[in-house]
Design a protein around this ligand. Structure first.
Ligand SMILES: *Cc1c(COP(=O)(O)O)cnc(C)c1O
Length: 352
């Protein structure tokens, strides 16, 4: 394109999602849940009144907000909902990160953060994880325009206890701190319990992982009423009808079925703990995995080659070429049966 025309065009380097192959594979590459959503979701879709689709959805997503508020024991004015947590996080960047000082997030983390910072032209710095891939809390004691990190972190799967989160919050009373808890249900306590204590905290969660609804696109933030109001004002300045009617209704059913939710988590955690033992037995090394994936390398196997060999056998995992994590593969926890297919392959591959 002509430079004269180019000069006023926003050029961005977009986020690259994991592959979504359209043929049947053992799909361990995008941290989806291998189990179906709660049965109530299926019932909603089967009995759906399609006539009502002619109407715009409820712009406030009131039913879903209310179900989430009930579930977490917070006020409805403390919950914000969006089209997946990617939408919620993007709104958070736009709303809360408006300083000349850099926003801070780890060098190895969810790669969308950098994309949004670039897109919205927010200055940012990325303190390096330490040699064991842990976030160094002291790196977040300096002046900044906001902080965001996932807990557990992605793609490392390392979970930090709440005293760590609290330490970062208390050192940054004048910055908004966003804790992206996409995987917290597989890991431990949520920072939500710190919301009344720290007015600078936003907790973001999603229906895509633990609730098996990546295809529905539902995410939410929980915070104090003031910060949630700011988020809503930005959202309504952007698009007043973000969530569709079907997602709102299905989301409500998923939130209400805590028994199904807990059972699905229990199965995945059980399979994860077994998969860790199997990987250890095969000589893989990895940080303690507390999410629904394991970030592992094998000292004798090149990650690029293993990735390609797995793919050739229709087993998809995630791999980022080069850099500090170039020798690692991120393996999502599937069903026990899917993991057995993976280990049948790895057993032969590692011993060849
Ligand atoms: C999966 C993921 C998200 C986004 O999930 P949505 O499907 O958009 O809700 C956000 N943050 C992290 C760290 C994730 O892994």
């Amino acid at each position: 394109m002509r430079p004269e025309l180019m000069k006023n065009i926003r050029t961005v380097e977009p986020y690259v999602p994991g592959e979504q192959p359209q043929h049947k594979v053992v799909k361990l590459n995008t941290n989806e849940n291998p189990y179906p959503p709660a049965p109530g979701v299926r019932d909603i879709l089967r009995n759906m009144d399609t006539d009502s689709l002619r109407l715009y959805p409820d712009p406030t997503a009131e039913k879903l907000i209310s179900a989430l508020a009930d579930h977490y024991g917070v006020g409805e004015d403390q919950v914000f909902a969006g089209v997946g947590s990617d939408d919620v996080l993007s709104m958070c960047f736009l709303t809360f990160f408006n300083s000349d000082r850099p926003v801070l997030f780890p060098d190895i983390t969810y790669s969308f953060y950098k994309v949004w910072a670039e897109l919205y032209r927010i200055p940012y710095e990325c303190p390096a994880l330490d040699d064991s891939f842990r976030i160094v809390r002291e790196d977040y004691y300096r002046e900044n325009g906001g902080i965001i990190f996932p807990n557990p972190n992605a793609p490392t799967a390392i979970y930090e206890e709440l005293d760590f989160v609290e330490d970062i919050l208390s050192h940054n009373r004048d910055s908004v701190v966003i804790v992206d808890e996409a995987y917290v249900d597989f890991a431990g306590r949520s920072a939500m319990e710190l919301i009344d204590k720290y007015d600078n905290l936003i907790v973001v969660q999603t229906f895509s992982k633990a609730r098996s609804m990546a295809g529905m696109r539902i995410g939410y933030a929980v915070s104090n009423p003031e910060l949630i109001r700011c988020l809503n004002d930005v959202k309504y300045s952007f698009n007043s009808y973000t969530m569709n009617q079907t997602s709102i209704l299905c989301g409500v059913e998923a939130v209400r079925d805590t028994e199904y939710f807990n059972e699905s988590i229990r199965k995945i955690v059980e399979t994860r703990e077994w998969a860790k033992e199997e990987l250890h037995r095969l000589g893989f090394v990895f940080p303690d995995a507390r999410a629904n994936f394991i970030f592992a390398r094998h000292p004798q196997c090149d990650a690029d080659e293993l990735f390609e060999a797995l793919k050739k056998h229709d087993i998809y995992v995630r791999h980022w070429k080069g850099g500090r994590i170039g020798q690692y593969l991120r393996i999502t926890i599937g069903t026990r049966e899917e993991m057995e297919i993976l280990f049948d392959f790895l057993n032969k591959y590692v011993k060849k």
